[in-house]
Design a protein around this ligand. Structure first.
Ligand code: GLU
Length: 293
């Protein structure tokens, strides 16, 4: 029998907020959906703080987000990992990819690329004369990535055609999200990525990072995004966030509702709603989205 600390649950899920401000209702809904999914799979649920980008990181926001999650009963079942503390591992991976010829230095800037959506491969075969290394890009090849999103169904993405070779270390020296998310999900043994539908378009690039690292990608499940009455993703700035206007019990009910679950009206306290949700959670009830409140 494996000892307690070596034991890996067959299912490992996670919620990975970026600490760019207080937790908002959309994130609460995603956190709850991923937590309930992990519980239904008898798995482990981890929280990771994606604080990769110091200019966007708001001081105190990570702890405030963890406190808000915990006030709703959402507590990581393992140590909370901070991406900012994994820089050495990220660099080691980038170094390995470069040595293997799978990634290369690029001297282009957004300005010299003229806002092109797809990178044309300018530096792929070596830095052209006069250019100095700025970012690092992963090589892409013409291929379609086909995967079955557990909620959204079959998907096809072609990063080579859509974005071309993409940045894994940015020109400002920061590690790019696409690299860090794979490095950290892999290190944490995440078997299924449950997150908001707005990140669906990243799967193809992340898949290619897994391929380059000779690791099988996790399963993907993209939950509905919560939108306002005008169909826009809820944001803090418009003052429409339920977390600012309603009690925790009501917010929890609204989050469950956004996930297609409606506890009976007598089920009011957080603990009663949790009990109900753990018992009744079913992916079949979750709408692919987007959902409005
Ligand atoms: N940190 C990302 C965000 O807050 C989520 C990353 C992920 O779930 O892959 O949008």
């Amino acid at each position: 029998m494996p000892t307690e600390d070596k034991f890996h649950a067959p299912y490992v899920g996670r919620f990975a907020p970026s600490p760019t401000g207080p937790l908002h209702f959309g994130s609460l809904t995603t956190a709850l959906g991923s937590r309930l999914r992990a519980a239904r799979q008898n798995g482990l649920w981890l929280v990771r703080i994606d604080d990769l980008d110091p200019p966007r990181t708001v001081s105190g926001a990570a702890q405030a987000q963890l406190d808000t999650l915990s006030a709703f009963g959402l507590v990581s079942q393992g140590p909370v990992v901070y991406q900012s503390q994994r820089r050495a591992q990220h660099e080691r991976i980038i170094h390995g990819l470069r040595r293997a010829g799978l990634a290369y230095p690029c001297g282009c800037t957004n300005r010299t690329l003229g806002g092109l959506k797809r990178y044309p491969g300018t530096c792929r075969n070596g830095l052209p004369a006069g250019k100095t290394e700025r970012s690092i890009r992963l090589k892409t090849y013409p291929q379609s990535i086909e995967f079955n999103d557990i909620l959204q169904g079959p998907q096809t993405q072609s990063p080579h055609a859509e974005v071309g070779d993409f940045v894994i270390r940015r020109g400002d020296g920061l590690i790019a999200y696409q690299l860090a998310v794979v490095a950290d999900d892999r290190a944490q043994g995440v078997t299924e990525v449950v997150r908001g539908h707005d990140l669906m378009s990243s799967v193809g690039r992340q898949w290619l990072v897994y391929n380059a690292l000779k690791t099988t990608p996790p399963a993907y499940l993209h939950l509905p995004v919560v939108v306002d009455a005008n169909g826009r993703k809820l944001s803090k700035s418009d003052g429409a966030d339920p977390l600012e206007r309603h009690s925790p019990n009501e917010c929890f009910r609204l989050a469950l509702r956004a996930l297609g679950h409606e506890p009976p009206s007598g089920c009011i306290s957080l603990s009663a709603q949790w009990d109900w949700a753990l018992k009744h959670w079913s992916l079949e009830r979750v709408p692919p989205g987007p959902v409005s409140l």
